[in-house]
Design a binder for this molecule. Structure first.
Ligand SMILES: [Zn+2]
Length: 401
């Protein structure tokens, strides 16, 4: 007797869509790769690979390269497949990360590589006007950067509680947003589909798609910016939970911290370790003229011991949070997005040291890493909000796309 494979039974279009996604993912991982290589890596039949390759070439996501690869000795040489990342005709994804002081715009190819980016400061723009201002500036950026390449759409990433299914920001405390239909507002200005998600989840997703292989097995992503939040991915799937509310770690307790939190308590992680909290202390102590983590990293690099001490203190608070998450979830990988450690590896070492000291399950500092895209983490994450649903359903026939 043979057992049916686990999971929902795929018939008809469902199976076709799943096979197309598997072929696309295999080309992402192994391209340029021959159809025979796709058969070997994916476990699909030669007929299925041939059919889905043709369908994917039809969408413009995959192309056949003009130079044949030797077919291993005998037989006809075969033309390998790769994602269509060519400068002529290769589709691109727009992205916008909306932060508190500034937004980051990006344009990505299908491998999640940044082709163009721009910082858009929010100086003098109130939170109510922000979606309109960002939408107009992003439309100009995309018009210039995209050129003649087909634009697949735009991904948007923002902190706080975000509901991806209808593109609503349920709650963003730093911007004072409640139930804001941000996806629809941006889409109106851009004239293309906008996929919105929480930024911690989109970074996690970009690690799963484009980062280290272990990220696909299990990962926790901890985001420490003006907002502090997290995302959990198991077997390649990001957990959202009811109302897509998963990942709020802003109020994890930080021992010895007395920082007051808007929630009414003291010593919460976000109130202690966010960029805003760090900047306020740095300005008060006269270390930097304005609250900026980048300026603080510069000051430390120039020899200011107070700047270095402050950054190491923050790194240890971040490491403690990473230790808690390691103990609860035991992920293969903890990805930490925090500006000082992205700019200077010494602060990543400090985070790793604290995490390993305080964790009860992890004694390997290498399990704690920075984002694979380094300083381009935000534009890559934003574009991934669009690319991830596309990689899941490249033929665009499933519900929800
Ligand atoms: Zn709190």
């Amino acid at each position: 007797m043979t057992l049916a494979p686990a999971g929902p039974r795929m018939t008809g279009d469902g199976r076709r869509d799943a096979n197309a996604a598997l072929v696309l993912r295999t080309v992402l991982d192994h391209g340029p790769v021959t159809r025979g290589g796709v058969v070997r890596h994916s476990g699909l039949s030669a007929a299925a690979v041939s059919r889905q390759s043709a369908a994917l070439i039809g969408t413009g996501l995959v192309r056949e390269l003009p130079e044949p690869m030797a077919a291993g000795g005998v037989g006809r040489p075969s033309f390998p497949l790769d994602l269509h990342t060519g400068a002529v005709g290769g589709p691109v994804a727009g992205g916008v990360h909306i932060g508190v002081p500034a937004s980051t715009f990006g344009l990505l190819d299908l491998r999640g590589r940044v082709l163009a980016r721009r910082l858009f400061r929010h100086d003098g723009i109130g939170p109510g006007e922000l979606p309109g201002a960002v939408g107009r500036a992003l439309a100009r950026f995309l018009a210039g950067a995209t050129g003649t390449r087909p634009l697949l759409g735009v991904g948007a990433a923002v902190g706080g509680w975000v509901r991806p299914e209808d593109g609503v920001v349920v709650r963003h405390d730093a911007l004072g947003w409640r139930n804001r239909p941000l996806g629809a507002e941006l889409s109106r200005h851009l004239g293309v589909a906008v996929r919105l998600d929480n930024h911690a989840r989109t970074v996690a997703q970009s690690e799963i798609l484009f980062g280290a292989p272990s990220a696909r097995r299990s990962l926790v992503h901890l985001f420490v910016g003006n907002v502090v939040d997290a995302a959990v991915g198991i077997a390649g799937v990001i957990h959202q939970g009811p109302g897509a509310a998963a990942g709020d770690v802003a109020h994890l307790p930080v021992p010895d911290s007395t920082a007051p939190c808007p929630c009414g308590r003291t010593g919460c992680l976000e109130a202690t370790a966010s960029d805003m909290a760090l900047g306020r202390v740095a300005v008060r102590r006269g270390i930097v003229p304005e609250p900026s983590t980048a300026l603080l990293v510069d000051a430390a690099a120039a020899g200011d011991r107070r700047a270095d001490r402050l950054l190491r203190e923050r790194a240890r608070a971040v490491g403690r949070a990473a230790a808690l998450l390691l103990d609860v979830l035991n992920p293969e990988l903890v990805v930490v997005t925090e500006q000082s450690s992205v700019l200077n590896a010494d602060y990543l070492e400090e985070i790793r040291g604290a995490a390993v000291d305080l964790s009860h399950v992890c004694d390997d500092p290498e399990r704690i890493v920075g984002p694979h895209a380094g300083p381009a983490v935000l534009p890559v994450a934003a574009g991934t909000a669009l690319l991830n649903p596309l990689f899941k359903d490249p033929l665009g026939t499933r519900e929800g796309r």
